[in-house]
Structure formats: structure tokens, C-alpha cells
Write a protein that binds this ligand. Structure first.
Ligand SMILES: CC(C)(COP(=O)(O)OP(=O)(O)OC[C@H]1O[C@@H](n2cnc3c(N)ncnc32)[C@H](O)[C@@H]1OP(=O)(O)O)[C@@H](O)C(=O)NCCC(=O)NCCS
Length: 163
């Protein structure tokens, strides 16, 4: 089941999941210091609350009793684009089709709003996820580097898929 994140309690559940998943997955890719910095800046209770105020749409996915993944979307009606800002599934729950359910949900939201393109950025060394996006029909559009402060750079590919 996929539910919208609206209450403080749901935001806290999402932030706890984010901390767990980021520490599972990204330490090997970007190192502990950058994980700590990025979780605090982009994936914490404060960050999620601020993003939701700015219009980000957050969703949690549940498997049986457990919340085990989340999705964040940003609609750009003028550009007819939908950004997947975040899509994450806890390692203990991968391979069950939950990531695909979140992706299908994003595609449905985009089509409902008559948007034409789904896009996201992904770390260049996040190889499994890049392969997963390709499997789901995304293509690399360009490489981008974003300075996120404190001496850290996001070294990403921008990928997109028509919907
Ligand atoms: C990427 C991620 C969201 C995928 O979620 P998941 O729940 O494990 O994926 P699913 O079980 O829904 O996979 C759906 C399909 O993709 C296939 N698949 C899974 N991983 C794959 C991969 N690396 N390459 C190709 N296909 C893959 C599955 O076999 C399945 O195929 P099917 O529908 O034909 O049976 C999840 O692995 C994740 O959170 N990774 C770490 C965080 C991350 O990097 N997020 C992206 C940030 S940009």
C-alpha cells in the first residue's frame, strides 16, 4: 500500500527510513561524511518538512506491517515534467516489486497531470540503480555535477523517460 506523507509522525517514519537506507547503501559509494551531511541536509525530518511546504509530494510504501520505502515527486507543469526526487526501498525488502510499484505510481501521477517526461538524477557510481532505471526504460541524458556545500559534490547522471 502506498500512502501520502502528511503528518509529523509520517515525516518522522520517512526520515528514520531515509537514515537507515542511506547508511546501508551510500557509505560504500560516497563515504560516511558525505552520507551524514546529505542525510541531514536533504533527508531529515526538517528537510522533508521544508520540502513538503515547498510542494514536494512524499509517499511511503508498506509491505504487510512495515513501512519499507519512500518516494518524493516534484511536478513542473510548465515544462510538463515530473521529477522523481527520491525513490528508495529498504535493503531487507528489495526484489519484491516494491520499487516498481513506486515507479508505476509516479508514472500514473505524471500521466494524470498530463506530464510528458519523468526524470531523476542518480550518482554515477550507483551502478545497480542505474541498471534498474535502464531496465525500466530510462536513458542517460547528461552528466551533471552539483556543489552541495562543505566541499561535497553530487556527481550524477540525469536520466529521463517519456511517459
Ligand atoms: C533501486 C530500487 C528502488 C529498486 O527497488 P526494488 O524494490 O529492489 O526493485 P523491484 O523489486 O521493484 O524490481 C522490479 C523489477 O526490476 C528488476 N531489477 C531489480 N534490480 C535490477 C537491476 N539492478 N537491473 C535490472 N533489473 C533489475 C527486477 O528483477 C524486477 O523485474 P520484473 O518486474 O521483470 O520481475 C532499490 O533497489 C533501492 O532502493 N536501491 C537503493 C537506493 C537507490 O539507489 N535508490 C535510487 C536513488 S537515485
Amino acid at each position: 500500500m502506498i500512502i501520502p506523507v502528511t503528518t509529523d509522525e509520517q515525516i518522522e517514519i520517512t526520515a528514520a527510513l531515509a537514515k537507515k537506507i542511506w547508511n546501508q547503501h551510500y557509505v560504500a559509494i560516497i563515504g560516511q561524511d558525505q552520507v551524514d551531511y546529505m542525510v541531514d541536509k536533504f533527508q531529515s525530518t526538517n528537510a522533508f518538512t521544508k520540502q513538503i511546504d515547498e510542494g514536494y509530494l512524499y509517499f511511503l510504501i508498506q509491505h504487510e506491517e512495515d513501512f519499507c520505502g519512500y518516494l518524493a515527486l516534484v511536478v513542473d507543469e510548465a515544462a510538463e515534467k515530473l521529477m522523481i526526487s527520491k525513490i528508495y526501498v529498504d535493503a531487507d525488502f528489495r526484489g519484491l516489486g516494491l520499487g516498481k510499484q513506486l515507479m508505476d505510481f509516479a508514472i500514473e501521477r505524471g500521466r494524470e497531470k498530463h506530464l510528458k517526461t519523468l526524470w531523476l538524477t542518480v550518482n554515477k557510481y550507483n551502478t545497480n540503480s542505474i541498471e534498474w532505471y535502464k531496465y525500466l526504460g530510462f536513458n542517460v541524458k547528461e552528466a551533471i555535477q552539483i556543489d552541495i556545500g562543505n566541499g561535497f559534490i553530487m556527481d550524477d547522471y540525469l536520466m529521463e523517460k517519456p511517459i
